[in-house]
Design a protein around this ligand. Structure first.
Ligand code: GAR
Length: 188
């Protein structure tokens, strides 16, 4: 069995899709959901699916390596960042080489970096009159949104699409592809 930990700070709609996808999977298990926000909806979802949760704080995350002990105790093999907005510290990158992926709601290398998340990404895509947007799955390194790209999928952006329309179309791609790409990465 390969055990995944999902890191998420918010609503957790991607985390929910991943949990649904691997429910009763023969070889892949969502073993832990980690959040930096006590009130994050993703923690409620984890609890209702009987998945262990861990709430982390900034000091411990950046100033200690205690998280490695927690991950080891849940025998975590792979990490999926699904709407997790903190920069990943070097000790964690080193411990999960090519075993930690992030999903980004745009076609990197465009619209990435610190502060480029969620609605801010879609607003920038709209403001620049892009004709396509999409999703990027990439390995995580020590810089925001800069690890090697694993997969991208695109959706058209029409001149009449609002920021919300773009967000909805991009999220649809994320929900479809994120669990499937994870599955293929974990099969290897
Ligand atoms: C997703 O669209 C994800 O791509 C984005 O946050 C959203 C989380 O939604 N991540 C980033 O912007 C990272 N830079 P969710 O909580 O409903 O899964």
């Amino acid at each position: 069995m390969k055990n995944i930990a999902i890191f998420a700070s918010g609503t957790g709609s991607n985390a929910t899709r991943i949990v649904e996808h691997f429910n009763n999977h023969p070889t892949i298990n969502v073993a832990l959901i980690i959040s930096n926000k006590k009130t994050a909806k993703v923690l409620d979802m984890a609890k209702s699916n009987s998945i262990p949760t861990l709430l982390i704080n900034r000091t411990s995350f950046y100033k200690t390596e205690n998280l490695l002990t927690d991950l080891a105790s849940h025998q975590i093999d792979f990490i999926a960042l699904a709407g997790f907005l903190w920069l990943i510290p070097p000790y964690l990158v080193k411990h999960f080489p090519n075993k930690m992926v992030n999903i980004h709601p745009a076609l990197l290398p465009k619209y990435g970096g610190k502060g480029m998340y969620g609605q801010y990404v879609h607003q920038a895509v709209r403001a620049n009159n892009e004709s396509i947007s999409g999703i990027t799955l990439h390995y995580v390194n020590e810089h925001y949104d800069e690890g090697n790209i694993i997969f991208q999928a695109t959706c058209p952006v029409t001149t009449t699409d609002s920021v919300q329309d773009i967000a909805k179309n991009v999220l649809k791609l994320e929900h479809y592809y994120f669990p499937r790409i994870l599955e293929s990465l974990l099969a290897n």
